[in-house]
Design a protein around this ligand. Structure first.
Ligand code: ATP
Ligand code: MG
Ligand code: MG
Ligand code: MG
Length: 566
């Protein structure tokens, strides 16, 4: 590919709305452009990287025995009503009507569609197990789309779904996917860690997340220094019958009986703090000196610009106390949750429980949350919890070793779903004894577009991206410094064509730009190797090869150079 004819509009400055490095660099390198909030165009260079991630994922899925399909993005509401998720999923589900007024949604995930696809077709245990996957655009109306490709509203996901005849098979399917994920992420070149996870709105009772280790991650991982234990601090919620919490504090009343002496709408609280509701980013709830307290945080995930209000007494609390700020900053994220952008959201509180209706953190957490302020715990009304909140000082639950906390970006997630969907949607098969049974399911997601951003978070320097070769837009860039020197241009041209013919993933900077511009852009885009040919080099019979990641430069003889690539 000749860069003189390529569409890669680079930027000199960081875009104003970009907070994390991957977002800045993807924009500056001309890999993506924003269409509207959380919705991006993928430009040629960006798409190449995305496609490379997708291809590695595809190969590992195929190798594991899964089969690729492509399901529609528009899904009829009736399927979602069958499973109850039309009501349960909340505002992340973008709902639309057709001209007849029928309800549809844009697929945020495909459990309903895939279950519908196999029910009726799979009749016998002899047809099981199967695993079907797709690589497709998803839509989730995220409350706070941000960080570019990291948390988009429209994004590319690989999602796979397994169907088994028994528990044993389902277990095997789960671990097959787990291993395939490890292979895919290793091939991509990510530093990652599988951790125990909560299974959110998707449901089921067993799941792991694959975390890319990076400071900008939105998740907090608790991992043991001594053993393999690692968990997302979000982990904690297990299904329980509606109404009562099963955590060990049985003094907690049923929800209906909760008194709410303090009730403040977000609007009221914003008023009190003299900030516009639009600037309110997060409501965190804490217990300070035995009182439930709402902390409204402005700025991103930092507690340095925070005001507290005692929800019961109504008085505010000074945040001058540095020790307190520190305590809150170090609190496990189990305490925290984004809430409150919607001025309609009431916050109820009393000494024991804080109830936030229409919890805007998103569908994963259900629509209503209850918080045990005195425990710092958080439960949902549908899914009261056997909560395991790990305090920074707690020992490892498995080996009593020391726990450390790191930040992670969730790039993959594997769930055991059991019969949650197959039972409700009557996806049954006849077993060996001719008895109808629901299929046992698993589901497995990978954030394909998010991976490109995560790879940049892990691999960059002050000059730009340092892509792992497996997913770089091009692996090699030939840079000609020929200018008017036709001999250099001819030689660069020749090298480019010859190396390209060998099947090397190469591009050629043949633009009439100054050397400085070419070097800066090659660094910005992050081709793993740059081959630089200038007049002096040609005269001396050498070409310079630069390793983008290490910065190491070596001179190689032009003679026999092509052969070295073979
Ligand atoms: P998160 O906790 O980050 O909101 P999730 O748990 O809701 O993610 P899953 O339902 O597990 O996401 O979806 C599978 C994968 O899709 C995730 O592991 C992640 O890599 C990716 N993904 C989810 N939401 C987004 C998004 N808004 N933008 C980009 N990728 C996403
Ligand atoms: Mg989510
Ligand atoms: Mg998650
Ligand atoms: Mg997940």
């Amino acid at each position: 590919m000749r860069l003189s004819k390529y569409y890669a509009p680079t930027l000199k400055e960081d875009p104003a709305d970009a907070e994390v490095v991957s977002h800045k660099l993807l924009m500056r390198a001309g890999m993506i452009r924003k269409l509207t909030s959380g919705i991006y165009n993928y430009l040629p260079l960006g798409l190449r990287s995305i496609n490379k991630v997708a291809q590695i994922v595809r190969e590992e899925m195929d190798r594991s025995g899964a089969m690729e399909v492509l399901m529609p993005m528009v899904q009829p509401a009736d399927l979602w009503r069958e499973t109850g998720r039309w009501d349960y999923y909340g505002k992340e589900l973008l709902r639309i009507n057709d001209r007849h007024g029928r309800d549809y949604c844009l697929g945020p995930t495909h459990e309903e569609v895939i279950t519908d696809l196999v029910r009726g077709e799979i009749k016998s245990y002899k047809q099981l197990p199967i695993n079907l996957y797709q690589i497709q655009t998803k839509f989730r109306d995220e409350i706070r789309p941000r960080f570019g490709l990291m948390r988009g509203r429209e994004f590319i996901m690989k999602d796979a779904y397994s169907f088994d005849k028994d528990e044993e098979g389902a277990e095997q399917s789960y671990w097959t996917m787990f291993e395939a994920y490890k292979k895919a992420f290793a091939r991509i070149g990510l530093r990652f860690k599988p951790v125990q996870a909560d299974s959110g709105a998707i449901g089921g009772d067993f799941s792991h997340e694959f975390m890319v280790l990076a400071e900008t991650g939105e998740d907090t991982i608790a991992s043991c220094k001594a053993c393999e234990f690692a968990a997302n601090l979000e982990k904690a919620k297990v299904a329980q019958p509606k109404g009562l919490c099963n955590c060990d504090d049985d003094s907690v009343p049923a929800l209906e009986e909760v008194e709410t002496p303090g009730k403040h709408t977000v609007e009221e609280v914003c008023d009190f703090l003299s900030i516009p509701a639009s600037r309110l980013i997060k409501t965190l709830l804490f217990v300070v000196d035995g009182n439930p307290v709402a902390a409204l945080v402005r700025g991103d995930r930092e507690l340095n610009d925070v005001k507290l209000r005692n929800l019961v007494g109504g008085n505010d609390i000074e945040m001058a106390d540095e020790a307190l700020v520190k305590k809150l900053t170090n609190a496990p994220v189990g305490f925290a949750g984004p809430a409150g952008l919607n001025p309609e959201v009431p916050i109820y509180a009393d000494q024991e429980l804080c109830v936030e209706t229409d919890w805007v953190a998103g569908a994963n957490k259900g629509d209503t949350h209850v918080r045990h302020l005195s425990l710092g715990r958080d439960c949902t009304i549908e899914k009261f919890a056997d909560l395991r909140v790990i305090e920074p000082t707690d020992p490892c639950p498995e080996c009593a070793g020391e726990i450390e906390f790191t930040k992670g970006i969730e790039v993959g997630h594997v769930f055991k779903l059991g019969v949650k969907y197959s039972e409700k949607m009557e996806a049954t098969f006849l077993d060996e004894n001719g008895k109808a049974k629901p299929m046992i399911m698993g589901c497995y997601g990978i954030g394909v577009s998010r991976i490109v951003a995560s790879a940049i978070e892990q691999n960059h320097d002050e000059n730009g991206c340092c892509f792992p070769p497996s997913i770089a837009p091009f692996e090699v860039c030939v840079i000609s410094l020929g200018g008017k020197d036709q001999a250099v241009t001819d030689k660069a041209e020749e090298l480019y064509s010859e190396i390209k013919d060998l099947g090397v993933d190469i591009c050629y900077d043949d633009r009439k730009e100054r050397p400085g511009v070419k070097f800066a852009e090659a660094d910005l885009i992050g081709y793993p190797m740059q081959l630089v040919l200038g007049g002096k080099g040609l005269k001396n019979g050498i070409i310079e090869a630069k390793n983008r990641k290490t910065g190491e430069k070596i001179e190689l003889p032009l003679e026999g150079f092509k052969e070295a690539f073979q």
